[in-house]
Design a protein around this ligand. Structure first.
Ligand SMILES: [Ca+2]
Ligand SMILES: [Ca+2]
Length: 451
């Protein structure tokens, strides 16, 4: 015996569902807007006839079908059905949905256009894809009538993000997260990342830039979540883990251990940078700068000093300002503090520079206060005959809180800006002529990540 195309209970369930929905929705999910309720009876009756009179609608189903269609009419007693709550979930961008007009609700206008296409082979209305807009499609439509339409975005699983501990400070991995997310309906998405104390995360809403924080190495992960912008916000965001592995760099860690001077660093960058361009202190000159007799620094030397201060930004990945407000001049009061036990100790927040030819070496750094880890002021002195590398070495090594390393180990000279600037021991390169190396940035930045 041939089964009816659709069992009767299907239709009954449609009606029952509508009634239940009315009881629970409390009108909070108004589906049709008031304009839609001003239904043209003609259009409705015409659409109803198109369904009922089509031979695709089995005779045995016509009474129930008429009842169901009547429930679509906002003016009908069975208007309950239009209040059907719930969501019609779209799972694929190519899916044929019963929301034919794309207004995100399966409503009365959708019914009218469905009826007009009933019996045709219009694939936009063929919900089960059998080549015909048939009674099975009508039943599908009726079952979801009144529902809102939404979709759940999906996130591709992430492969482990491998970061080399030192290289990541200079060449961070950039992940295009938008490429990993898709949404069948193409809605606007909100993506967000969890915090992770082991990582420094820069995220602009699309691109993720990540590097290890400080000297962290090993395995960790980032929680990545996606939700939709209103009004299609999902109850639960879609989440994925981004596994991250940081490969330890032994050379970098050794260097960090050697030059990290008891975590001594600035807790806030200097608020004032001053380069004293008066006369340099000459051999046997007294302490008071007004009595100094040495040559004034050349404009080129002043420029070297400014360049070196600016490089502090690079070696700490931004802790020091990229455009420091550097003042130059001959204001003795900026470097001379006769009432302090250390006569050249600047006030808190100051970074001062002057030329002092009483030095036996090429230059020197005073960091204040000496007690505790926090540097509050720094003074740099260079000789007027010091090579350019001394200009870089003093602020970039000592000025940011690191110390010299005396190792003769595996580091190439051009990787060791922190080495003593003496050609007979280590570095013969001109710091000013090359960029900060990855290890230098790793060491300087890792120190400032401690904040
Ligand atoms: Ca619609
Ligand atoms: Ca069909």
């Amino acid at each position: 015996m041939k089964n009816p195309i659709i069992p009767r209970r299907t239709l009954l369930r449609v009606l029952a569902y509508g009634a239940t929905a009315l009881a629970t929705s409390c009108g909070s999910n108004a589906i049709l807007n008031p304009n839609e309720e001003e239904v043209e009876t003609d259009r409705f009756e015409q659409a109803k006839s198109l369904i009922l009179e089509n031979p695709l609608t089995p005779n045995s189903e016509k009474i129930n079908t008429a009842t169901v269609i009547d429930s679509f009419n906002p003016k009908s007693r069975n208007f309950a059905a239009k209040m059907a709550t719930g969501t019609y979930w779209v799972t694929s961008p190519n899916q044929t949905t019963p929301d034919f007009d794309g207004d995100r609700n399966i409503g009365f206008d959708d019914f009218l256009s469905f009826a007009r296409n009933y019996g045709s082979s219009n694939s936009s209305y063929d919900l089960n894809g059998n080549g015909l807009v048939d009674f099975a499609d009508f039943l599908t439509f009726a079952r979801v009538y009144g529902q809102n339409v939404n979709s759940v975005p999906s996130i591709d699983p992430f492969e482990t993000l491998d970061l080399e501990q030192v290289a990541a400070f200079t060449n961070p991995t950039v992940l295009d997260l938008e490429d990993c997310v898709s949404d069948p309906l193409g809605d606007d998405l909100i993506t967000s990342l969890s915090e992770n104390g082991n990582l420094v995360i820069v995220y602009d809403g699309s691109h993720l830039i990540v590097r290890p924080k400080g000297t962290f190495n090993g395995d960790t992960s980032l929680r990545f979540s996606v939700n939709k912008e209103a009004p299609y916000t999902l109850e639960d965001a879609v989440e994925e883990n981004i596994p991250i592995h940081v490969q330890r760099n032994k050379d970098g860690m050794d260097l960090y251990g050697e030059v990290n001077d008891r975590n001594r660093r600035w807790f806030q960058p200097p608020s004032e940078y001053y380069i004293y361009t008066g006369k340099a202190a000459a051999y046997r000159d007294p302490a008071d700068p007004k009595d100094w007799k040495g040559p004034e620094p050349t404009s080129e030397q002043v420029k070297w000093a400014k360049d070196a201060i600016r490089k502090m930004h690079d070696v700490t990945s931004g802790f020091f300002p990229a455009e420091p407000n550097i003042q130059t001049g001959k204001d003795i009061s900026k470097i001379w503090y006769p009432n302090k036990s250390l006569r050249y100790q600047p006030n808190d927040g100051m970074f001062v520079w002057f030329w002092d030819n009483r030095y036996g070496d090429e230059g020197g750094t005073g960091r204040y206060p000496q007690a505790g880890a926090e540097i509050k002021a720094v003074s740099i002195q260079t000789r007027t005959d010091a090579p350019r590398r001394a200009y870089d070495h003093e602020p970039i090594t000592h000025g940011i809180g690191l110390k010299d390393t005396n190792h003769n180990g595996p580091f190439r000279p051009d990787e060791v800006i922190f080495a003593q600037p003496r050609s007979d021991i280590h570095d013969t390169t001109d710091y000013g002529q090359r960029p900060i190396s990855p290890k230098e940035r790793f060491v300087g930045t890792a120190l400032y990540d401690l904040n």
